[in-house]
Design a protein around this ligand. Structure first.
Ligand SMILES: [Zn+2]
Ligand SMILES: [Zn+2]
Length: 353
């Protein structure tokens, strides 16, 4: 197999030749057909996250080994089954759930693989969709996309379920209760689409860019709030008609997290999704007095993926703009993402597609 791999952090991806994996046990070998280019690929490529206060989390220390074919938004065609793999056949096209774990613990066995303490995520800890082939550990990690456009369905494996899982954490709420979204990038537009599909009506988008705010309103947000400068929390509260029960912070930087937290009312919940980086200082007495929740949300479960695919198959989720680029130009795609030259999502299209 070939892969467009990270050989060295911060250096261009290199095309390398690797032995094509032989599926054993319950494993399934697939030929990559499509793979989304995710913003977190940039962090993996750089090899670090900013934890605020001058602290940095190194991905090497977290067990990421190079060379690595990144790519966790994978659609592929089944080419070979391990002797114990059942439920799929050669030629089937499937979304590959990438957030796999050890496969043995209680979390993994209850379809909460993304909460496993020994994560082995595809495209992070094992080779992913920037390669011509990929191994799914078990057929239950493969989700039938039906008649969905595979380039769009690929993005459900990360950007889709990340948003879906975060939304699940603030629901149920009455349809007219404001849900505040911070960040009108790809995830934010996705969140609007999914909230609308779930019949939620009151969606308030916060973003620093006037252009992105306009885009959010066009995509179905009820109101848009300027997230730049001072007074962001006050503007959120004003737009919502009072302090809020639910904020999903898709940016999650020092400034956005503080504004989101300050906008919460009694019983409010801040769900943190973004990986922008920084830190949040919590005024401790307010946590119990206001019975607040600050909860991180990491991608989603394979159940989330199945539910989201079913929702999309019902036609309720409008398709996001996707640009396809040949898989062999993975490095160019990554650089376009780094430089912000992306409208919607870039999806690599493999020769096998
Ligand atoms: Zn991702
Ligand atoms: Zn596990």
């Amino acid at each position: 197999m070939r892969a467009w791999a990270v050989v060295e952090n911060d250096a261009p991806l290199k095309e390398i030749e690797l032995p094509t994996p032989e599926p054993t046990g319950t494993e399934v070998l697939l030929e990559t057909t499509y793979c989304g280019v995710c913003h977190s690929d940039l962090h993996i490529w750089e090899g670090r996250y900013d934890l605020g206060g001058g602290k940095v989390m190194s991905l090497k220390d977290r067990g990421v080994v190079l060379p690595l074919a990144m790519g966790h938004e994978i659609v592929g065609r089944v080419v070979k089954l391990g002797p114990e793999a059942t439920g799929v056949k050669v030629g089937d096209i499937r979304i590959v759930y990438p957030w796999v774990g050890c496969g043995k613990c209680a979390q993994c066995l209850s379809d909460n693989d993304n909460m496993c303490l020994n994560g082995r995520s595809l495209g992070v800890y094992q080779n992913g969709g920037y390669g011509t082939h990929v191994v799914a550990p078990h057929p239950r990690h493969l989700v039938d996309l039906g008649t969905l456009d595979p380039a769009i369905a690929a993005t459900y494996a990360c950007s889709g379920i990340t948003v879906y899982s975060a939304i699940r954490k603030v629901l149920p709420l009455p349809a007219d209760e404001p849900i505040v979204l911070v960040g009108a990038g790809g995830l934010g537009l996705n969140a609007i689409a999914i909230l609308r599909a779930l019949n939620h009506e009151n969606i308030v988008m916060v973003d620093t860019s006037a252009e992105k705010r306009a885009g959010a309103l066009k995509a179905g947000a009820s109101k848009a709030v300027d997230g730049s400068g001072e007074g962001v929390a006050a503007r959120i509260i004003e737009a919502c008609g009072g302090p809020v029960l639910a904020v999903i912070d898709l940016v999650n930087g020092t400034g956005s997290a503080r504004a989101a937290f300050e906008a919460l009312r009694k019983g409010g919940k801040l769900v943190q999704v973004g990986l922008f980086g920084g830190e949040l200082t919590l005024p401790l007495p307010l946590m119990p007095i206001k019975a607040l929740t600050v909860q991180g949300s990491y991608v989603g479960s394979v159940t989330d993926l199945r539910e989201l695919v079913a929702l999309a198959q019902s036609g309720a989720v409008p398709a996001l703009p996707v640009t396809t680029i040949p898989q062999s130009q993975a490095n160019e795609a990554l650089m376009r993402l780094r430089d912000g030259r992306v409208n919607g999502r870039i999806v690599l299209k493999a020769e096998a597609a």
